[in-house]
Design a protein around this ligand. Structure first.
Ligand code: ADP
Ligand code: MG
Length: 386
């Protein structure tokens, strides 16, 4: 798609509804800087919002009816309150929209009928959370149109419910939290147990750095089954260790905990989660001290842990990490649930091109599909457009 995403959303609205939108809301995609598979272990994550955005243009419509169109779909989808109130009735991509209507109505809000048009620069299904972006932008537009009394700190939970309970995707609170609350020049430190958040300065620009995001384009092989297996393994280990979640095993107690587990695979799974939580805390401490570059080795250690202990990487992402490091990145890791998705690399701002070229060359050598690369800086979360 070419042209500004906000203009495209407005153009889509005019084309399908032959009218002007009343409001436009943007919500970004995200990457997780560090903290992988720690969320469901009640642990820590440190994502940031991307400059890639989904924009929803919207105007009031007939009461109890919603119509939504997207650049990615041939036709608008229309649904009524009865369909919105029954999870699963609206399927396909529009379920992400109906799910938001459902979550708001289930929380007791009067959701105004509306017409919506969606445009997006967030690639779909690459692990940059186009799903949380569309949910959050739709939620924001409906709250705005209806004048609903709903402070932004309650938006992430509602958008997550849309995805968990209406769409049926069992995801944590990280994506929606950072998509709603992300701040330019900051990463969001999220405690997945208490849901407390803290804005951590992550001013890449000031440090002369950038993050290169490589979409590995590896097919997500067995991702769902493997995710469930990792999660079950962590829960079993927590039960054996007599803790609520692996978050309750401090890094200092790791060796003692490992000694109480009797198979090697479980020990490695636990070691990943415990050391990964500590790496998030260490990264936060470095960023607070303004030592952005020094966080690089923690990113690389996170990757090694995902590759060797948690066993969730694939050759495409390992290749991207190795090539980025060999080309001078300060650190690199796979980001997201694994078995494909994206890699991020911390690089000098003026070295993004050579590092991207090195990754592309390494892919060509191994006959992998050509990767997509983009340079990003931490961007604002959901916001209203003029
Ligand atoms: P990710 O969040 O990593 O991009 P998901 O599978 O969680 O991948 O969500 C992608 C799904 O979200 C798409 O298949 C589609 O149903 C929906 N979606 C996201 N963005 C849009 C959009 N701009 N228009 C229509 N549907 C979208
Ligand atoms: Mg998603």
């Amino acid at each position: 798609m070419s042209g500004d995403v906000a203009d495209r959303a407005g153009a889509g609205f005019r084309r399908w509804y032959d009218a002007e939108p009343a409001v436009r809301w943007a919500a970004p995609g995200r990457v997780n800087l560090i903290g992988e598979h720690t969320d469901y272990n009640d642990g820590f994550v440190l994502p940031f919002a991307l400059p890639l955005r989904t924009v929803v243009a919207a105007a009031p419509g007939p009461d109890g009816r919603w119509t939504v169109c997207s650049e990615l779909a041939d036709e608008p989808v229309e649904f009524d309150a009865a369909a919105a109130d029954e999870p699963g009735r609206v399927d396909g991509w529009a379920a992400y929209v109906a799910g938001v209507v459902w979550a708001l109505r289930a929380a007791g809000h009067h959701v105004p009928g509306a017409r919506l048009a969606v445009a997006s620069d967030v690639p779909v299904g690459s692990g940059l959370s186009s799903s949380a972006a569309i949910e959050s932008a739709v939620l924001a537009a409906l709250v705005d149109l209806g004048g609903l009394d709903l402070p932004t700190d309650r938006w992430p939970r509602l958008a997550q419910r849309a995805e968990n309970d209406y769409v049926g995707a069992p995801t944590g609170i990280m994506d929606q939290s950072v998509v709603v609350r992300g701040r330019e020049g900051h990463a969001l430190f999220l405690d997945c147990r208490s849901e407390e958040v803290e804005q951590i300065p992550f001013d890449l620009d000031a440090a002369g750095l950038a993050v290169l995001v490589v979409d590995s384009r590896a097919p997500h092989r067995h991702a769902d089954g493997e995710y469930a297996a990792r999660r079950a393994s962590c829960e079993r280990a927590a039960a054996t260790l007599g803790v609520t979640a692996l978050r309750d095993v401090p890094a200092a107690d790791l060796d003692a905990a490992l000694a109480r587990l009797d198979d090697d695979e479980t020990r490695r799974r636990v070691r990943h989660v415990v050391t990964e939580n500590q790496r998030v805390l260490d990264t936060v401490a470095l960023l607070r001290a303004g030592r952005v570059r020094d966080a690089g080795p923690l990113l690389t250690a996170s990757h090694a842990s995902m590759r060797d202990d948690f066993e969730i990487t694939v050759p495409e992402v390992d290749t991207a990490v190795e090539a980025a490091l060999a080309a001078g990145a300060y650190g690199a890791r796979m980001t997201g649930g694994g078995f494909g998705g994206c890699v991020l690399a911390l690089v000098d701002a003026d070295a993004t091109d050579p590092v991207a070229e090195a990754v592309t060359a390494a892919y060509a050598e191994r006959a992998f599909a050509r990767p997509h690369t983009r340079t990003v800086l931490p961007a604002p979360g959901a916001h209203r457009l003029p």
